[in-house]
Design a protein around this ligand. Structure first.
Ligand SMILES: [Zn+2]
Length: 296
């Protein structure tokens, strides 16, 4: 759903729904910054009846944020906030609120529907740059037939997995839309725990489809392996010539494959950096990296 706003009109909002596949936009919306402050509403510490007592609400929120920040170039900074209601569509307050509170403003977002969560994103329609995003969980969660339901973190049957809902909504906070890939966390529907006798924890983890989408917006996590250096041709004694048209290929290979490589009689292979690392102490099954450079 796209809303046109009155002044200050520099931002539009999009309300991403947890289960409504109709929320599509032609805008590529994303954050321009890589560090995003997330305000944990006081409601996370004292949730209402929509969450099963004893659930690890704050832990689920933190783990959900880490799911995304661990694989994309995004850092979340958690702050505490006394706020409990998300910003109205008519204007944001600059705070990215994560709330589970039962307030009229939050309830209005769901209209007694069965949607598990919603994320309201404020962005510049000219650039797609997100200025604010608020996440709210349904304070009166109900099934399609009106039965009251709860969120939980322990896999209780006939409850929704809270952490999975958080991971999905944080995807929207980052600007991701719904995915058509059924195994993805960003697909539009969330199953109840106990469906087919299984806990519905798969939404806690990201599929390859989720990873590709978020990395297309922000790039891979900066803590992932990096290769840096200068490539020169030193084949002529005393001179180094910068190389052009060079492709660098890198892979991580399991220990056993690597050991096989090193056992060859190829002197070049034995002298390879990877082969020397073989003798370093470390876990037996550690993965070792190998780099090859192709010229031309
Ligand atoms: Zn959704």
């Amino acid at each position: 759903m796209l809303l046109s706003l009155g002044p200050p009109a520099q931002f539009e909002t999009i309300d991403f729904s947890g289960m409504d596949p109709g929320t599509q936009t032609s805008h590529k919306i994303k954050w321009s910054k890589r560090t995003i402050e997330i305000a944990f509403s006081a409601s996370l510490g004292s949730p209402g009846p929509n969450i099963k007592p004893g659930s690890d609400v704050i832990g689920a929120a933190r783990r959900a944020l880490r799911r995304w920040s661990s694989i994309a170039n995004i850092t979340f900074v958690e702050i505490a906030s006394p706020a409990v209601s998300i910003s109205p569509a008519s204007g944001g307050d600059g705070t990215n609120l994560l709330t589970v509170a039962d307030t009229p403003e939050n309830e209005e977002l769901f209209n007694a529907g069965s949607t598990t969560g919603r994320t309201r994103v404020f962005y510049d329609p000219e650039t797609g740059v997100i200025a604010e995003a608020d996440i709210c969980l349904n304070p009166h969660l109900r099934s399609a037939d009106g039965t009251a339901l709860q969120f939980s973190t322990d896999g209780s049957p006939d409850t929704y997995d809270l952490e999975s809902t958080f991971v999905h909504e944080i995807g929207h906070l980052l600007g991701l839309d719904h995915s058509d890939v059924l195994a993805s966390t960003m697909q539009a529907h969330q199953a109840l725990n106990g469906t087919y006798g299984l806990t519905a924890f798969t939404g806690r983890t990201l599929s390859e489809d989720d990873r590709q989408h978020v990395r297309s917006l922000y790039g891979p996590g900066q803590h992932l392996a990096r290769i840096e250096g200068r490539l020169v041709d030193n084949s002529s004694l005393g001179t180094t010539i910068p190389l052009g048209s060079v492709s660098v290929w890198a892979e991580t290979i399991p220990w056993r494959t690597f050991k096989h490589d090193c056992s060859t009689r190829n002197r070049k292979a034995r002298e390879d950096l990877s082969c020397r690392r073989r003798y370093r102490p470390g876990p037996r099954h550690q993965h070792l990296s190998r780099v090859a450079i192709f010229c031309g």
